[in-house]
Design a protein around this ligand. Structure first.
Ligand code: WTA
Length: 562
């Protein structure tokens, strides 16, 4: 077990969270409301706290969002954002969108996505960000489940939702349904902001489980307390920071820490939605003087594999904090990061369902490479056994959180039963992750209890992929696993049982791949397909993906399960 620590450069008093133990003893979430301008018991709106509050406080000229393009950049100050989001919220109201109605955003991470999302929330509606990588079947499934009053999309992406009958607005279209035309017909006055109950929903975000349909996780305005405070404590954001979170808003990281946390903290946030290229990434960090960078092991691996020569061309004088989320951060990342940036990487752990960061390596504490860190003050995390009893240090069990933190999901859309499964052992919220805690209170990730995969650090349910594979006439049964990959963490491997009318050939394989790529986002198309004579199933017929994994890894199933 690794317990080595990495040297710090700065005295801990310079960090927003200076004394971890003291905060753990005295902190309560209620104390945060004043810091974001909320009055006790009064209605609120997170979008107003993110944008208008800074303008009222005389910081309207500060840069809020910078969209990086290969040909220059597009800057929005907090004042620009206030005006545009007001306009958009007024547009929505004119279109008849009311409090609590849902508006889906099927857009790439362009300025219109950020303006629309904040506008939707200002208007009191619920935003549903849909990852623009998703293909027609998936998006249509989400739309059917959430039944939005309106979808905002681009003319290119529109093709994937045509035929659904949902009303839509199109960015980049000059017609009646054009986003810009509608916006220019509205005004930023009167203030459109609906004041909300803190428990009112603001976001519905779809994520995957190991079985069944994806779930629409519901988040509420109250979460602002945690987005703000974890931005301050875990990301250590300060007013002058230039912050870069390279996650897409189709994933919760790109919302909670690409929008809420930095805007609530009044910092400048960069957005870049181009393809990965190591030199480009280093350039973004260097030229924009990024001071805090929130990334994922996927990107870190890509940078690492590009080699030291690319990194050596750059200097990162402004960079003072790097964080990671989404997948295990092996100690090797920290060694590489010290050599490349002269900084450690601070891991953080959380889930779509937790809404915000729950466990992190804080700047004021030594980083233990390979560990996720310690719980955020105000968060009560434990390792429990199958009866819900807390285990001792170094004993492995399920990571569980005492329910009731501000950013906790408040429901699964249309599925109270699924929601209930997370809370079957009060007072715990069950994470489905395996971990242990060491004697100093650091948590160490060990794996998932279910069969969920991590592809590009995003969560992927094997069931979604299997369902598409079996739609091909040659595929009788399918089982999907994550195959360990040195560069990408995991790749998708599918085992299939062929229909007896077909025989296996390279041609058939290509045909199946082509078929699935028309139905699945590109990163969800299996990289490997292997034919087997039967699928391992339990007596009740449940697919045993772990047996497939043990076949793949060449180890006995019993060893794998232990
Ligand atoms: C995994 C939203 C190891 C974990 C941020 C969790 C991690 C799932 C870490 C949530 C980490 C997240 N180390 N594993 N630091 N952070 N995970 O909802 O299994 O897409 O349950 O993430 O990612 O996935 P989600």
């Amino acid at each position: 077990m690794k317990t080595g620590s990495t040297k710090r450069k700065k005295p801990s008093t310079e960090f927003n969270l200076a004394n971890y133990d003291k905060e753990c003893e005295s902190f309560s979430w209620g104390s945060v409301e004043r810091e974001i301008g909320w009055q006790s018991g009064a209605p609120v709106n997170i979008a107003k706290s993110c944008v208008d509050r800074h303008v009222r406080e005389g910081k309207g000229d500060r840069q809020a969002l910078i969209f990086l393009k290969d040909t220059g950049s597009q800057v929005y100050t907090y004042r620009d954002l206030e005006k545009l989001t007001n306009r958009f919220a007024n547009t929505l109201k004119k279109l008849g969108i009311r409090k609590g109605e849902r508006v889906a955003l099927f857009l790439p991470s362009i300025p219109e996505l950020y303006i629309s999302l904040l506008g939707v929330v200002k208007a009191g509606a619920v935003a549903i960000p849909l990852n623009n990588k998703y293909m027609s079947d998936t998006v249509k499934g989400f739309l059917e489940d959430s039944n939005p009053s309106l979808v905002i999309t681009t003319s290119q992406l529109y093709e994937r939702i045509s035929g659904t009958g949902v009303k839509f607005i199109v960015v980049g279209d000059d017609g009646e349904n054009g986003w810009y035309r509608l916006l220019s017909n509205s005004d930023d006055n009167p203030d459109p902001t609906e004041l909300m109950n803190r428990e009112d929903p603001l976001l519905l975000l779809y994520t995957s489980g190991s079985t069944g349909n994806p779930k629409g996780v519901i988040h509420v305005h109250e979460g602002a307390l945690q987005y703000y405070k974890t931005g301050q404590w875990a990301l250590d954001l300060k007013e002058d920071d230039v912050f870069w979170c390279n996650a897409d808003p189709g994933w919760i990281t790109g919302i909670s820490y690409g929008i809420w946390a930095p805007l609530l903290n009044g910092v400048t946030t960069l957005v870049y939605n181009g393809p990965f290229e190591a030199d480009k990434w280093y350039n973004i960090l260097e030229r924009n003087r990024v001071s805090v960078w929130y990334t994922t092991p996927t990107f870190l691996r890509l940078l690492m594999s590009a080699g030291a020569r690319v990194a050596k061309k750059h200097s990162f004088r402004s960079l003072r904090k790097i964080l990671s989320v989404g997948e295990p951060l092996n100690p090797i990342f920290n060694r590489w990061s010290q050599a490349t940036f002269n900084l450690p990487i601070h891991d953080s752990w959380w889930m779509t369902e937790t809404g915000g960061i729950m466990i992190a390596n804080f700047s004021c504490l030594p980083v233990k490479p390979g560990s996720m860190g310690k719980p955020v003050p105000g968060v009560n995390a434990a390792i429990i056994n199958e009866s819900g009893e807390e285990l001792l240090p170094l004993e492995m069990g399920q990571l569980a959180i005492k329910a009731g933190w501000p950013a906790m999901m408040r429901g699964i859309w249309n599925d109270s039963e699924k929601y209930g499964h997370y809370f079957v052992m009060p007072p715990w919220y069950l994470t489905g992750d395996l971990a242990y805690r060491d004697y100093e209170g650091y948590f160490w990730f060990q794996g998932r209890i279910d069969d969920v995969l991590k592809i590009n650090s995003e969560r992927v349910g094997p069931f979604e992929i299997e369902s598409k594979l079996v739609e091909h006439p040659a595929v009788l049964e399918a089982g999907v696993i994550g195959k360990p990959d040195p560069l990408r963490g995991e790749i998708i491997k599918a085992f299939i049982v062929l229909d007896s009318h077909y025989s296996w050939s390279e041609e058939l394989k290509q045909e199946i791949l082509h078929f699935t790529s028309s139905k699945l986002a590109p990163h969800l198309v299996p990289e490997e397909i292997e034919v087997c004579s039967r699928m391992p199933r339990t007596r009740s017929g449940k697919l045993m993906r772990r047996v497939l994994k043990s076949w793949e890894l060449g180890i006995p199933y019993s060893d794998l399960s232990s």
